[in-house]
Design a protein around this ligand. Sequence first.
Ligand code: SAH
Length: 457
Amino acid sequence: MSYIVNRNDRLNVFVEDLTHDGSGVAKVDGYPLFIPGALPGEEVEIQVGKTLKKYGFARLVKITKASPDRVEPPCHVFSECGGCQMQHLSYEGQLVQKRKTVRDVIDRVGKLPHVPVHPVKGMKDPWRYRNKSQIPFAEQDGKVVSGFYRTRTHHIVDTDVCLIQSNEADDLMTALKMELHNMGVDAYDERTNLGMLRHLIVRKGRATGEIMVILVTRKKKFTQQDAVIELIKRVVPEVTSIMQNVNSEKTNVIFGDYTVPLYGKSFIVDSIGDINFEISARSFYQINPEQTEVLYGQALEYAQLTGNESVIDAYCGIGTISLFLAQKAKEVYGVEIVPEAIADAKRNAELNNIDNAFFEAGPAEVVIPNWYAEGKRFDVLVVDPPRKGCDEELLNTILEYKPKRVVYVSCNPGTLARDLRILEDGGYRTQEIQPVDMFPHSSHVECVALLEREMSN
Ligand code: SAH
């Protein structure tokens, strides 16, 4: 309940800001209203919706004066789907906005207004960048639909095209949708837990062009399997792997525990820089390989390796950063909490004949103090934590053992800023921050920050 505006009020407002998830922000006597679809610099007519004590929401009725950065969203389901938040803003405008998001939080939370935040490194062609699509299938009114979930719902927005996924994923999702019933296969029905096809997953190796198709089905045995395989091969002749994953549970988790090959190899190969990776059906792998090279290139530059350094890669996943750094360092130690990812990391090291990268499974905040306790010493520490940032114990270990340089790769500017402040208070100095756009048209932004130990410490 607000005393400044009331539900259903019609107002003309000036949009000052954009939230990280793409809503415009206007203030009425200091009271913020969030307006999905509105852009900074615009004058708009709105209708007030829900109002809370400190802020409220409003619907965009009319744009009286449009932002020069406004563009027509190229995707026809943009307003329904919610997978992208910023298609109505020009790509240049998105990059400016993302830099501002980082700048604001580094100033406000990190208290580091003097630290340079460079312009965001974006893509030349910010479309069709995803190397993996996970496409739900369902029955709606007797028809097969497939596309993407509407934000915060389980309603599928039916579409034949997604401009940030591969052409092959578009072709497969459309062909399967059209042919499924003709082949005698039903899509899955969440309410009844009946039907067969739950998800189509398409993975593509950008460097190699290899393609893996994964069919997530409710049952292992489905008699029309051969017809489906033939259809996939006809639509995408380049397919190198078709896998089946079985998920019989009434759940919205995509994968079940059981995976079998139906055709071709059980993995695809891709490369980042000079390093090859084998990617199996369930392996984690960066989603935007072109920008991953930019991100890791930045981490490598900040690590300033001469060949003599011992390096830690904390939160290493399948060892992508570790193997990238190992080519330029004396040795790299990677740590990651998921044991399967560590098995992949070791295999990828072998595959590339890299013998100076070592991997251990476990929590970084436990494994790294153990390494130090065993007498190992490190010159550079690279961290790439999940959205919640670094564990406090890990930050304490850094402050205790004082590696010369810390390279912080972050997918969440908020926790990055928090952790930089802790490291600053412990004697590190943040030199600079380079944001990288890994997910064009979404509100996400990744950053690489370089920290160095103060000389006197
Ligand atoms: N550096 C990798 C992965 C980064 S994603 C890459 O670029 O591909 C963050 C990783 O941290 C995930 O793989 C997650 O499993 C792992 N993780 C989460 N909590 C962890 C912890 N406490 N210790 C070690 N790894 C952790």
